[in-house]
Write a protein that binds this ligand. Structure first.
Ligand SMILES: C[S@@+](CC[C@H](N)C(=O)[O-])C[C@H]1O[C@@H](n2cnc3c(N)ncnc32)[C@H](O)[C@@H]1O
Length: 277
């Protein structure tokens, strides 16, 4: 029986003998039980059902993803990276879009995730982690997507294929804001505080200490497209000021949309910037 959002939010009582299961684990169970193996579309569809009927999930979601797919259509990337894998939704959706809709069969998609817990769920849903050799290819995208656990700016250089990536990344999705409402997520937010400037990345701070690492020319190429999510909700004024301040460095535009699973209710937006030099 599908649990309603109301039921799932009811507080635990003494008669609940079983430990609380995190919604991310429930999500994994749902996907494995209801989605079809080797069918990314069915995983995305079941993800939406779960997020609407059971628990809200902080993935890019059905409202903003088509806007990003439009950018991918214009860009046709061969090497993409994303900061913030969470449970694998955007990696699965966009890697499948690039491979199947755009027909770019040899695309490589690197997804960075600070939380080991989230990264493990994403891997089980359908991603290979070449670093840990943990291969669970439910979505059939294991040869395309690599999930790397740890803070993005440290992980990038640990990637075995890092040197092959230099000067080749042509699409970046920045999506590593955290849900601020639970202690679990607060921990992840705090950990980003300790990250300081790295010579290979620009570090820009989002409100509430969300750090944003824009890869510099060591990994990007002129013309690299950088999409930053959540620039309206929760907002990223420092980041926007940075990309908009020098028109010779970035060609940049805002695409407005809605926060995931809150169409018509909560506004959000993407900043799409093309790195010029
Ligand atoms: C909004 S979610 C990502 C959603 C995902 N892109 C999707 O659409 O399915 C943000 C994720 O970024 C991760 N994160 C936060 N700071 C990070 C960092 N410095 N490096 C890598 N991942 C980070 C969080 O743990 C969280 O899982």
């Amino acid at each position: 029986m599908i649990q309603t959002r109301r039921q799932s939010r009811s507080p635990p009582t003494a008669q609940h003998a079983v430990p609380l299961v995190k919604k991310e684990n429930r999500y994994l169970d749902h996907i494995l039980a209801h989605a079809e193996r080797n069918n990314p579309e069915s995983i995305i569809e079941e993800t939406h059902k779960f997020a609407i009927e059971r628990h809200w999930l902080m993935n890019v979601g059905p409202e903003k993803s088509p806007l990003i797919e439009q950018v991918l259509l214009e860009k046709r990337p061969k090497v993409a990276i994303e900061i913030g894998c969470y449970l694998g939704y955007s990696a699965i959706r966009f890697a499948a879009y690039i491979r199947d809709t755009l027909g770019i069969r040899d695309v490589k998609y690197y997804s960075f995730e600070i939380s080991e817990y989230n990264a493990n769920i994403a891997r089980k849903v359908g991603i290979v982690d070449t670093l840990h050799q943990l291969i669970i290819d439910f979505a059939g995208l294991s040869h395309i997507i690599t999930v790397i656990t740890g803070p993005f700016n440290e992980s990038l250089e640990r990637l075995p294929s890092y040197h092959n990536l230099l000067g080749k990344v042509d699409f970046v999705l920045i999506d590593h804001h955290n849900e601020l409402t639970s202690n679990y997520w607060r921990k992840a937010v705090y950990s980003t505080r300790s990250v300081t400037f790295s010579e290979r990345c620009f570090t820009i701070h989002f409100p509430n200490s969300h750090a944003c690492y824009v890869p510099n020319r060591l990994s990007c190429i002129q013309g690299t497209t950088i999409v930053a999510d959540n620039v309206i909700n929760p907002g990223a004024p420092d980041y926007l000021e940075y990309v908009r301040s020098d028109l010779t460095r970035y060609q940049t535009r805002l695409i407005e949309g809605w926060l995931e699973y809150y169409e018509g209710v909560i506004r959000d937006g993407l900043e799409v910037s093309v790195w010029l030099k």
